[in-house]
Design a protein around this ligand. Structure first.
Ligand SMILES: NC(=O)C1=CN([C@@H]2O[C@H](COP(=O)(O)OP(=O)(O)OC[C@H]3O[C@@H](n4cnc5c(N)ncnc54)[C@H](OP(=O)(O)O)[C@@H]3O)[C@@H](O)[C@H]2O)[C@@H](O)CC1
Ligand SMILES: Nc1ncnc2c1ncn2[C@@H]1O[C@H](COP(=O)(O)OP(=O)(O)O)[C@@H](O)[C@H]1O
Length: 450
């Protein structure tokens, strides 16, 4: 058993169907899985209970409840006072949520919701078995009005996507993993990203060795977005970074605070990676047909995504680009516009939505937000569990777009999917700070990672 985040390596994720298949095959040789699961829960309970009061174990009707009962027995054997039932004992030292796990298949009943509320109100830390009750393992969304908000979640046998995306992080607390001694025997549903190395720099390299980026954006009043993207591309180590600022006269500097940045136009930089859309406003729509046809590698963000959502002809141009040449970085609202649905429907299945968008537009898609999803046609999707609320600030997405462009400029042979996975994870890790973070400071933290 181990605490999982921050990840130190890329790990496989399995959805409910795959977890069920792995479990069924494992049970043939290891019929004592529930004993192992209950023992693991009891061990973590001993480590996380607060004080000497009874451990309350709330058990549901299925095997999740079975795990809870085994844990209760093990705790009692260890001399810990235990209370099994749907109501809290007096001054519990820990509450174990073993109500619903993988078998959650509908909105919780009123009786179940009442037990959720009692758990939440009991005053003890909550340890969820496998996943917080009421949370869907595939999507990280509550199946009904509410799911348990645990302090610890011990997930068993497999890691499930819903722990790490959507509302998963809010509900799981600290995530622990015990594989019960079973190695998964089928391909993962998705990857949980680990850290990525910075691009290699040869001792004999020169600026031409590290590629070019051109940022196209920065309409009047929104130059900051384009400048943040350009600064991030520079911080990644790109050799030359140009800004095509739609709202700044040609003889003005690209960024008075960053003299390293140059003015330039995408039309005369045919080899540069284009980072298109940051603070671009509506006028980016006119530039997009040329950019989509001319630039070999594109990272498309913000207003450029909205322009594409509004203009079906641009879908055709996107789809006509070579496979692996385009990364789209929508936040949920931008992705919802591209798919023609509302944000809540999109968030209800982030992994599914990112895959659908990637297939429809033949692009790599980074669906941003807590638990960013990276999906590409014919690739296994990836989830990023790094990052946190310090990233929820204006401009952090512009920084991501520029960072991806800069990484790609330095690694022209890397696939769009590989660049997106590496860049999203590094950006998210750089944003793991307590409290608040300004996007400009995020760039400086990223420079330390490069
Ligand atoms: N077998 C093993 O060795 C191992 C098992 N493991 C453990 O097993 C867990 C999966 O067990 P599981 O398949 O029994 O499902 P589980 O989550 O207990 O729920 C099913 C029950 O809940 C009910 N129910 C569903 N939704 C409901 C709702 N909204 N409101 C109310 N009730 C609802 C549903 O009712 P039904 O649909 O049948 O009417 C059924 O009775 C897994 O998460 C892990 O903890 C692992 O440790 C590995 C080893
Ligand atoms: N709670 C969070 N946890 C993890 N990452 C987050 C969180 N909130 C925001 N982010 C990340 O911060 C960035 C925000 O991007 P975006 O919404 O486009 O901002 P902006 O348009 O202001 O630049 C994305 O990379 C997103 O994944």
């Amino acid at each position: 058993m181990r605490a999982l985040l921050p990840t130190t390596a890329t790990l496989p994720l399995f959805d409910v169907a795959a977890s069920r298949r792995i479990e069924a095959r494992a049970l043939v040789h290891s019929p004592d899985l529930m004993e192992r699961a209950g023992l693991a829960v009891a061990k973590l309970a001993l480590a996380t209970r607060r004080g000497d009061g009874p451990v309350w174990v709330a058990c549901g009707p299925g095997n999740n409840g079975g795990d809870g009962r085994v844990a209760a027995r093990r705790l009692a054997e260890a001399g810990v006072p235990v209370h099994i039932g749907n109501e809290a004992p007096t001054h519990p030292s820990l509450a174990i949520d073993a109500l619903l796990g993988l078998g959650l298949n509908r909105a919780p009943t009123a009786a179940m919701l009442a037990t959720f509320a009692a758990l939440q109100a009991c005053g003890a830390p909550i340890l969820a078995v496998d996943l917080p009750s009421g949370l869907l393992a595939d999507t990280g969304q509550p199946a009904g009005a509410r799911a348990v908000r645990a302090d610890h979640t011990l997930t068993l046998l497999t890691l499930k996507p819903g722990l790490f995306t959507g509302e998963g992080r809010t509900h799981c607390g600290r995530i622990w993993f015990d594989d019960l001694g079973i190695a998964p025997d089928e391909p993962a549903t998705a990857d949980l990203l680990g850290p990525s190395p910075a691009p290699a720099r040869s001792p004999t390299s020169h600026k031409g060795s590290h590629g070019q980026v051109v940022v196209v954006g920065g309409a009047p009043g929104m130059q900051g977005a384009a400048r943040l993207a350009a600064r991030a591309a520079l911080a990644s180590g790109a050799g030359r970074v140009y800004a095509e600022l739609l709202g700044v006269a040609d003889d003005e500097p690209a960024d008075p605070g960053r003299p390293e940045l140059m003015r330039g136009r995408a039309t005369v930089l045919p080899q540069a990676v284009g980072v298109v859309g940051c603070g671009a406003g509506a006028r980016i729509a006119d530039a997009l047909p040329h950019l989509l046809k001319a630039l070999p590698r594109l990272v498309i963000d913000a207003d450029a995504l909205n322009a594409i959502a509004a203009e079906p002809a641009l879908h055709g141009l996107l789809r006509a680009r070579p496979v692996g040449s385009t990364v789209l970085t929508p936040h949920p609202l931008e992705a919802a516009r591209l798919l023609g649905r509302d944000t809540a429907a999109l968030q209800a299945d982030r992994l599914g939505a990112a895959r659908e968008l990637a297939d429809r537009l033949a692009c790599t898609v980074v669906l941003k937000g807590s638990g960013s999803v990276i999906a590409s046609p014919r690739e296994r999707p990836a989830l990023c569990a790094s990052g946190g609320p310090a990233l929820a600030t204006a401009g952090s997405g512009d920084v991501l777009a520029g960072w991806l462009g800069g990484l790609w400029a330095q690694q022209p042979d890397a696939s769009a999917h590989a660049i997106a996975c590496a860049g999203v994870d590094t950006h998210a890790r750089a944003g793991e700070v307590p409290g608040v973070l300004r996007a400009g400071d995020l760039v400086e933290r990223l420079a330390g990672h490069a």
